[in-house]
Design a protein around this ligand. Structure first.
Ligand code: SAH
Ligand code: SF4
Length: 352
C-alpha cells in the first residue's frame, strides 16, 4: 500500500481497525518517509505569565496559586546555547501570552541564538496569538517555525474554553504564519469536555486542510486549580488513535509524542511513536523553574535536567525500533515548500 491514502480511506481505517492495526498502518507510512529517526527538540519554557484565561490551562491568568516566573533575555539565550553545545539543533521557545516580551526583545533573542549557533539551530516559537506584522518581524529575525494549536475544531467549544476568543482568530494566526513563510504547526487536545468522536475526526481533518508542517496532539489532563478540574481523565488510547489518523492524512508532517502523552501513561510516548509520531521534546528549561510551568498536573521529568531525559528517551525509542537523531529535522512538507520557492526564485533570476 502506498503512503498516499485518500481521506475517506484513512477515516475508514480509523473507524474499523484496532488501535494496534491502525498504529501499524501509521508507523509504516512514517517509516517510509522518516525511517527509524526520531527528531529531538530542546524545549525552553521561558515564562508562565499569561493574560489569557483558557479554562483548561493550569497557568491561566485567574489561577492565583501559580508562582509566576520570567526568564531574562540572557538566561533564555544561554539555555539555548548550552543546548547547542550539547549538540541539540532545534529549540522550542514556549510561554504564556506575555506582553512583557516585546517583539523587539523576542527578535533579539532569536537573532542572538542564531548567531551563537553558527546559524545551524532551528528556532520554533510558541507564544500564542500575535499580529501578522509581529509574526513577520520574528520571521525576518530568523525564527524558522511557529506552533499554535487550534485546540479544538468545534467553534462553540473553542470559544467557551478560551474565554470568548474565537477559533477564527486562531485560524487567522495560522494563516498569517504561513504567509510569513514559517514552518507552521498546530494541533489539539484529546478528551476535552464537550468533545465527541466527530469533533476528534474533524480536528484531524482540519489539520489536513490547513496543510500543517507540524501537529502537536496531546491528551487533555484536568488541572485541579481550573474550572475543568472535575472533568473526566481518559486513558491514552484515543490520543494514540487520532495521532495515527493524522499521520495517515499528513504523511510528511512532524508529529511530536507530547510530554502530556507520557504523563497519562508511562508508555504513552512510545505508543504515540509507534503510531506515527516522530519527534520528542526534552525539557531543557532550568531545573528550578520547570516545576512552575504546569499547564496540567503530574507532569513528568520535573526533577531531571533535559539532558538526563535524553539518555532515558534513547532507551525508550530503542524499544520500538527507532533511534534519536540530532538533526534539525525540518518537516518534509516545509522543506519541499522552501525548495520550490528557491527554484522559483532562481527561475525569476534567470529571466533578468
Ligand atoms: N500560550 C501558548 C503556548 C503555551 S500553552 C498557547 O496557548 O498556544 C501550550 C499548549 O498546552 C496549549 O496549546 C494546550 O494545547 C496545552 N495545554 C494547556 N492546558 C492543558 C491541559 N490541562 N492538559 C493538556 N494540555 C494542555
Ligand atoms: Fe495562556 Fe496558552 Fe495557557 Fe491559554 S493555554 S492560558 S494562552 S498559556
Amino acid at each position: 500500500m502506498s503512503i498516499n491514502i485518500d481521506t475517506e480511506r484513512a477515516i475508514e481505517l480509523y473507524k474499523t481497525l484496532s488501535t494496534e492495526e491502525l498504529s501499524q498502518e501509521a508507523d509504516r507510512v512514517c517509516r517510509e518517509l522518516y525511517g527509524e529517526r526520531v527528531f529531538l527538540r530542546g524545549l525552553i519554557e521561558f515564562s508562565n505569565y499569561c493574560h489569557c484565561d483558557c479554562l483548561y490551562c493550569g497557568i491561566r491568568a485567574s489561577n492565583e496559586d501559580v508562582h509566576r516566573f520570567r526568564m531574562s533575555e540572557e538566561d533564555i539565550i544561554n539555555t539555548a546555547v548550552l543546548g547547542y553545545e550539547r549538540k541539540l539543533r532545534t529549540f522550542v521557545l514556549q510561554s504564556g501570552e506575555d506582553s512583557y516580551y516585546t517583539t523587539e526583545m523576542l527578535c533579539r533573542i532569536v537573532e542572538t541564538i542564531k548567531a551563537r549557533s553558527n546559524n545551524e539551530a532551528a528556532i520554533t516559537l510558541s507564544c500564542g496569538i500575535k499580529s501578522s506584522s509581529e509574526y513577520a518581524e520574528l520571521q525576518a529575525a530568523g525564527a524558522d517555525r511557529y506552533l499554535i494549536r487550534f485546540e479544538t475544531s468545534d467553534p462553540d467549544l473553542h470559544k467557551y474554553l478560551r474565554g470568548g476568543i474565537s477559533l477564527k482568530r486562531r485560524l487567522k494566526a495560522l494563516e498569517d504564519l504561513k504567509m510569513c513563510g514559517f514552518e507552521t504547526g498546530s494541533g489539539f487536545m484529546v478528551g476535552l469536555p464537550g468533545e465527541s468522536e466527530e469533533t476528534r475526526i474533524n480536528n484531524a481533518l482540519l489539520c489536513k486542510s490547513l496543510e500543517l508542517d507540524m501537529v502537536g496532539i496531546g491528551p487533555f489532563i484536568p488541572h485541579p486549580a481550573t474550572p475543568l478540574k472535575d472533568s473526566e481523565r481518559y486513558d491514552i488510547d484515543m490520543t494514540v488513535r487520532i495521532t495515527a489518523l493524522v499521520r495517515l492524512l499528513l504523511p510528511e508532517a512532524n508529529l511530536p509524542a507530547s510530554t502530556a502523552t507520557g504523563t497519562v501513561d508511562p508508555l504513552g510516548r512510545e505508543k504515540a511513536l509507534a503510531a506515527g509520531a516522530n519527534v520528542l521534546m526534552p525539557n531543557i528549561t532550568p531545573k528550578e523553574l520547570k516545576q512552575y510551568y504546569l499547564l496540567y498536573p503530574d507532569k513528568i521529568c520535573l526533577d531531571e535536567s533535559g539532558y538526563e531525559c535524553i539518555g532515558c528517551l534513547n532507551g525508550r525509542v530503542g524499544t520500538i525500533g527507532k533511534k534519536l537523531t540530532l538533526e534539525r529535522g525540518d518537516s518534509l512538507s516545509g522543506a519541499r515548500r522552501k525548495k520550490l520557492q528557491f527554484s522559483e526564485l532562481n527561475r525569476e533570476e534567470s529571466f533578468v
